[in-house]
Structure formats: C-alpha cells, structure tokens
Design a protein around this ligand. Structure first.
Ligand SMILES: Cc1cc2nc3c(=O)[nH]c(=O)nc-3n(C[C@H](O)[C@H](O)[C@H](O)COP(=O)(O)OP(=O)(O)OC[C@H]3O[C@@H](n4cnc5c(N)ncnc54)[C@H](O)[C@@H]3O)c2cc1C
Length: 808
C-alpha cells in the first residue's frame, strides 16, 4: 500500500465514494479511500435508494438537486449504471397545515429551479391510482423524484473516481489517527501507515468511532429504520400496463410513509413514532452486511394508515421486511467541514439521505479541502453548528425526536422540547416565573416572549397567540423602556500584544479607539461575509467582540485558524461566563441614571461609547447601542452580578413602566430599522456590498485585511444582489423566510426574514433581489403560502430613519 496521499478518505459508503470522486474531479488524484471491508458495507447497501429534491431548507434542496443531476455524469464516466429511475413523485397532504407547507415548497422551487406544482387530490389520484383521494386535501407533484440502486450508485462514484486517478483500498481498516507536529496525519491501518495532509471522516455508522480516534465525540447516532416490500399487486401491474410507466414515488406525510414500486409490488417505508436507536454507545466493528431483526409492531400504526390511504395494499402479501441502521445528527442535516483544533481533519458524517445528498456533500468537501471554501452555502450542514454542549446524551434524545418527527411539520413558532433545558443563564427561573417562553440558541434557553398566565404558543403558519403580547412588548420599548436578557449572544475577549494588529487583519472595519465601538464585518478571502460583530475597544482590557450565539463554534473555528502561534494574541470565548442584559426605549437613559453614579448624559455617554460602570451593587461593561434601533444600553457582566443587576433595573424602572421583552419583539423592532442578522441576511454567500454593510468596510485601511482585494473588486463590479426591505400587504400570515420575491411576473429574489413590525403597524420582509432591479418601484409581490401579496419597496427604515432616537 502507498505510504503517502494528499487526502485520505475513511469509509467506502456512498458518501466517502462521492468525496473521493469530487476530489479527483477537481484534480486531486493523490486521493486514497480506505474501506475496512467491501464498499457499501455500512448503511449504504440496504438503503431504499429513494431520491428527491424537495427539502425545507433551500440550501439542502439545492444540494439534493445537484446530487440527482450528477448521476448521469458518473454513469457516463464509469460505465456503471446507478439504476436511476426518475419516476416523478407526489407529496401528499392530509391536513390544511401540511398543504400550506407544500405550497411554500413549490414557491421555493421557483428560485431554486426545482420543478414542482400544486395539484388536487383528484389529479394526485390520476397520477397515482393506488391512493384514496378522499384522504387528502391536496398534493405537490414533482418531476425530479425517484430511486437509484444503492450499490450501483456507490460503485459508479468509485469507478468514476478511479477513472480520474484516485485510488481505493478495500479491507483496510483505519485503526488510529495521529496528528504530527507538522500538522500532517499518520493514518494507522491494519495494513500499514499512510501520511497525509487531510483525513476525511466518512465513517457512516462508525463516524463516532473514527471521531474518537481524534478525541472528538461527534453528535451522530444511528436509528433502526424499516421498510417492507410487498408481493406483486394486481393494481400495480394495471398502472404499469395503462401508463407504460413505473408507479411514481409518493410521500404521505400524515401517514409518516414513503412508497415506490419495487418489481411488481410496492416498497413502503416509515419513520415510526415509536423509534429505536441502534448501537447507542459504540458501533460494533463486526457489523457489516447484516440486517436487524424487524419489529412489525413498531410500524403497525403507520401501516394502518397506509392501508386506509392506499387501499390496494390491504390485500398485498409482505415479501420482505428490511430493518437497517443509519445515522442522524440531532437536527437531521449532515455534519460536514473542518473541526476546530484539528487542522486537516474533515467530517462528512451524519448524512441521513446519502442518495439525495451525497453528491452535494462530496462537492462541498472537495471544494473546502482543495480551495479553502465549500463554494456554496453549507451553513445548515456545517459541523460547527454544534459545540461541546452537544453531548452524547443530548444527541441521543434529539436524534430520537428528529427521527420521530421526520415527516412532521415544524411550524415557524414551534420550539422542540427534547434535551431541554440544557444550558441556562442565572436568570432562567426568574424569567420563567415572569412567563418567559423559551427558544434555544446553541443549547441555551433564550426568552422569546413573555406569555400571560394560561397562554402558550399555538403552532401555526399564521399569526398566533403571541401576536398581541409582542405588540405590547414593542409598545413598552418604543414608548417607555424594555428589558431583555441577552446572554445568548457570543462574546469573545481578545487580548495580547498583537491583539490590535490581528483584529485589523481579521476584520474588515477600521478599529475603534479606546472606549468606542463599531460594527465589524468579517470577510473570507473571496470577500463574502463570514461574520458580523460589534467590536468594542476596552483599552487596557483588550477588545470585546459580540456576535451570533448560534455561530460561536463556527466563528471560533475561523479565529483559531488565523491565530498566530507565537501566543501574541489571546482569544477567549465567554459563552455564558459573561451574562447579558439590555434596556431600550426613550426612558432607557433615565433608568440607567437611576442605578449609576456615573454621568450618562447624552454628551457624556454617546452612541457607540463603551465603558465599565458601577450599577447598583454590581458593575458591568455598558455599551451604548441597541439592536431595537432605539435609545438603549447593553450590559455585559459576570454571571454572579446578573441577578442583582436585573433586580436593580426592574426596581428602578417600575415607575417608568419597564417591561420585559423577548427576542420576538426584538425581531419586530430590528425589522423596522432594516437591521440584518447573522444566518438570515448575513451569510457566507453574500458580500458586504450586497448586504448593505459596505459602509463598515474600510476598503482603504492601511492594514491589509482578509478579503480586501475581493471586496475592492466587488466595489468596482457592484456584485449581483442587493438586500432590500419591503412592506407586504398581508392578511394574517407574515413571511417566515425563503419565500420568492416577484418583480412583475418574474421571480427575482428571495426573502431572508420578516415578520410584523408592530410599532410601524406593517408586515415587513427583508430579502435579496437582483441588483439590476433592486431600486425599481415594482410591481413587487411576495408569495406567502401559495398566494402572491403586493409588496412595496421600503428604501428607508420605517422607524426613526434619521437615527435621532438611537443617537440622541
Ligand atoms: C433501511 C434504510 C433505508 C434507507 N433509505 C434511503 C433512501 O431511500 N434514500 C437515501 O438517500 N438514503 C436512505 N438511507 C440512508 C442511506 O443509507 C445513508 O444516508 C447512506 O448510506 C450513508 O452513507 P455513508 O457513506 O455516510 O455511510 P455508510 O454506508 O455507513 O459507510 C461508511 C463506510 O465506512 C467504512 N468505515 C467506517 N470506519 C472505517 C474505518 N475505521 N476504516 C475503514 N473503513 C471504515 C464502513 O465499513 C462503511 O463502508 C436508508 C438507510 C437505511 C438503513
């Protein structure tokens, strides 16, 4: 066996073979795949092989489309059939809520290039005569839907990779992974050692075991999954005869079922509620080409629905039941990318739909390894969305929840209960007693809104039970003063001799002088956004950087990649070890003045000033800014002082009419200021120019910063997109995100976020549109739940466009 390779891929399932193929296709022929047994001998060989493009996340949908489009290419290159049958498909809705979801999928498809249309139950019956139309309220018809042969597909990737020069060693088990001082890796196998710059964990069912070789516990868990194959069904033969086609693919969400033709019968799979993890702690190395014992009782409830919804199945005999394990991350999306602290180690794990997603995963990995960037938006799949808080026990409970809900609707206001509470701030019990309804950011409980006694979220696509309360929270801020808990933001401290020069290179903004703050975009070399922060210069105390809590691990990975090795910069992430509170509203200054002896008058403590102040019994770093767009102050303190500070603010603010508010009210207020937020408006596919953050990019600053050249180029070319704000004429459903934006009769953009701006009294959508049309008056419209609504471009912020409240 060779002793060196540029990249070693561990695992010869569909995912590992796709990674190898994409590496070779990108010119990296010094790539070697190691498989401990035969190719496909993990979860790949017993998959049902279903492929489809529809996915709730548009970026995952794009990746699925890419994967399916790729099959013809690898067939041609390899001469190996993937067994691709593009039958087309129907996705069925038995409830109005599901039907609304299907309508939103069709809408997304318009800008993703995914062909899908809404059809009636009668039309669905014409397409799939096995179903009983009276069980459904509507359906979605897709064109790119079908199935592949799992083994043929994997071998097609493998053969195509070999044809391009990559190599595969079977029966070669990786037993140890050791990082060398020069950052290369020793890959120790049962057949000898290999040195490599990059190791890809595509271990599938053994991804945890491979992760443990590098000292990491990846948040993946395998679940048992069953499908059955019926004996021949006369109605299937009749359809084949009448149409000269295979029966098309079907997903019946309310029955938790998927179906397709298999020979003369049907293959029926289900994500049962009564689900069962497999090998919870350790995957046996002896497992390979075995199946698990079927447990028909577990899938019986879904089968009963299947018999009702598809009456022809009632008389069909069962030829075979397959029960096999495959892995999931806590949210069901793949775990891909580099891992902080392990240069050259890459994840391609937790791919639960390897035949729909494996191609895109392989492409992203190859781009990332060879060019330093995945090349498209993989935020939803990035391994860095989980930090150390995603323990084995957390993963276990979330994966079960995710599996059982695989075909359930997740409403935009729905917070899932498993694995909670995990991380809490010191105020958690107090806020809960005050009615806080919590959501979760990186495992931390964050207050969304404060519900009156007896009121809870009613999950819906439409405005719900929180609407009037959020209006009151917003009113309190805009007319008096509101208090919000903000521990959920990520906080980093940067100190050391080279702190300033390092930040100057890392961030695109000009560094603020001591005692001041600035907004700080962070760019990749291609000039696109990899972060947006508030940067505070604390003088002798170094710098404080505040950013998205959900992106903490993601940003830490980037910071660590760029930290000098000589110790001249020290970076610490504070997560919950710095607690946060913030006040906002016209009486915020009066409130602050009541709890401090410091001069906080408008001239003494200006907008974007930051300083440490005594506050009642405690002290805190106080920053004069507010994401509400109003007069406001943020407080950052030791967690020990959060409760006394909270009590001091509430007591001093009582006669000012202080009120607690949560992140939903905050969202409503930032929308009327047209402020963007990370992972919605700001993502690694947009440039600061497109996102409207260019005024914070110091293109001409002396210190060269990462992405400077690209940002300068973009400044000249003007980019492709523009972030815009719209006021939408709606009835009782606001945008959620990912809706298409129409310019007359053409889709020219997509929504990134939105909601009801309570103070302005209008429904708002933010989104990207093509630059050429971005400043047109329209006619614009935005499609919400299957209906196009008139949208008006809102060029100036709806609230305080001159910034008088904010700066006054
Ligand atoms: C019953 C069932 C039905 C399914 N239906 C579908 C479907 O319809 N559509 C769909 O898209 N997906 C389906 N799946 C899921 C699909 O099978 C997986 O998404 C896919 O197989 C994951 O592939 P993988 O390469 O990540 O992992 P695996 O297939 O598990 O491959 C991992 C490989 O790594 C090797 N390996 C691990 N550790 C080492 C080591 N240390 N050294 C060397 N080699 C190692 C293993 O031997 C194995 O071959 C189904 C799964 C099951 C169980």
């Amino acid at each position: 066996m060779q002793s060196h390779a540029q990249v070693v891929v561990v695992g010869g399932g569909v995912v590992g073979c796709s990674v190898l193929y994409h590496l070779a296709k990108s010119g990296c022929t010094d790539a070697l795949l190691l498989e401990r047994d035969e190719l496909t001998c993990g979860s790949t060989w017993h998959a049902a092989g279903g492929v489809h493009t529809i996915n709730g996340d548009p970026n995952v949908a794009k990746l699925q489309k890419y994967t399916i489009d790729l099959y013809r290419e690898i067939e041609q290159l390899s001469g190996q059939s993937t067994g691709l049958h593009l039958t087309g498909g129907v996705m069925l809705a038995a409830t109005e809520a599901r039907f609304d979801w299907l309508k939103s999928m069709v809408a997304k498809g318009r800008y993703l290039g995914i062909e899908a249309r809404i059809i009636t139950p009668a039309r669905a019956h014409e397409l799939l005569p096995l179903l009983d139309p009276s069980c459904f309220v509507g359906a979605l018809e897709t064109v790119v839907d079908g199935h592949v042969d799992p083994s043929g597909t994997t071998h097609a990737y493998a053969k195509a990779a070999r044809a391009l020069g990559a190599r595969i060693e079977r029966f070669t088990k990786v037993e140890e992974l050791v990082q060398c001082p020069d950052r290369s890796w020793r890959v120790v196998t049962n057949k000898g050692e290999i040195r490599t710059q990059h190791v890809v964990n595509a271990g599938g069912l053994w991804a945890r075991e491979v992760g443990r070789m590098v000292g990491r516990e990846h948040p993946v868990l395998a679940m048992e999954h069953m499908y059955l194959i019926t004996e021949d069904i006369p109605e299937v033969a009749a359809i084949n005869a009448a149409t000269s086609k295979e029966v098309l693919h079907a997903v019946d969400f309310d029955g938790e079922l998927y179906l397709r033709q298999e020979r003369g019968g049907m293959l029926i799979g289900t994500y049962e509620k009564d689900c069962k993890p497999w090998a919870e702690h350790e995957t046996p190395w002896s497992f390979g080409h075995e199946l698990l014992t079927p447990d028909i009782d577990r899938i019986a409830p879904s089968m009963e629905v299947a018999f009702r919804h598809f009456p022809a199945l009632q008389k069909a005999g069962i030829r075979k039941v397959v029960n096999g394990p495959f892995t999931f991350a806590p949210d069901g999306n793949p775990l891909i990318g580099p891992v902080r602290g392990l240069p050259g180690y890459w994840c391609a794990c937790g791919v639960m739909a390897g035949f729909s997603q494996g191609g895109g995963v392989g492409l992203a990995l190859a781009n990332w390894i060879l060019q330093g960037d995945p090349g498209f938006d993989v935020w939803a799949m990035d391994v860095a969305r989980y930090g150390d808080w995603a323990s084995k026990a957390y993963t276990n409970t979330k994966v079960r929840e995710n599996y059982a809900r695989r075909f359930s609707i997740r409403f935009p206001n729905e917070e899932l209960p498993a694995g909670r509470p995990l991380r809490t701030s010191p105020l958690y019990e107090r806020l809960k007693a005050a009615g806080a309804q919590f959501g979760v950011t990186a495992g931390l409980e964050v207050p969304l809104w404060y519900a009156p006694a007896g009121v809870r979220d009613a999950f819906s696509w439409y405005r719900s039970t929180d609407f009037s309360t959020i209006a009151e929270e917003v009113r309190a801020v805009r007319e008096r003063v509101g208090l919000i808990e903000t521990t959920g933001f990520a906080k980093y401290r940067i100190t050391g001799l080279a702190a300033s020069s390092w930040l100057d290179r890392l961030l695109a903004c000009a560094l603020p002088p001591p005692g001041r703050m600035t907004l700080a975009p962070m760019l990749k070399t291609d000039g696109r956004l990899i972060g947006d922060f508030t940067l505070a210069n604390l003088g002798q105390e170094g710098y404080l950087l505040v950013g998205s809590g959900a992106a903490e691990e993601y940003h830490l990975r980037w910071f660590h990649e760029h930290l000098p090795e000589d110790g001249s910069v020290r970076l610490s992430a504070h997560a919950t070890s710095i607690a946060g509170l913030a006040i906002a509203g016209p009486r915020a200054r009066d409130l602050l003045a009541r709890i401090t002896t410091a001069d906080v008058s408008a001239s003494a403590f200006r907008f974007m000033d930051v300083r440490r102040l005594p506050l009642g019994l405690a002290s805190a770093l106080v920053a004069r800014l507010s994401y509400t767009g109003d007069l406001g102050y943020e407080f950052w303190c030791d967690p020990d002082y959060q409760l006394p500070l909270y009590e001091a603010l509430l007591a001093a603010g009582a006669d000012l009419g202080i009120r607690l508010f949560g992140s939903r009210a905050l969202n409503s207020m930032r929308l009327e200021k047209a402020y963007g937020s990370w992972a919605r408006e700001y993502r690694p596919i947009y440039s600061p120019l497109e996102a409207g953050l260019d005024r914070f990019v110091a293109l001409e600053k002396n210190a060269p910063f990462i992405g400077q050249e690209s940002a300068r180029r973009e400044h000249t070319t003007g980019g492709r997109l523009r972030l815009r704000c719209f006021v939408v004429e709606v009835e009782n459903a606001d945008v959620i995100g990912d809706e298409p934006i129409w310019d007359a009769d053409e889709v020219r953009g997509w929504v990134t976020s939105g909601g009801f701006a309570h103070h302005a009294g209008v429904s708002v959508a933010m989104g990207y549109v093509a630059k050429e049309v971005a400043d047109r008056d329209g006619p614009w419209s935005i499609e919400i739940l299957g209906k196009r609504h008139i949208a008006r471009l809102q060029p100036r912020p709806l609230f305080d466009p001159e910034g008088r409240r904010l700066r006054g």
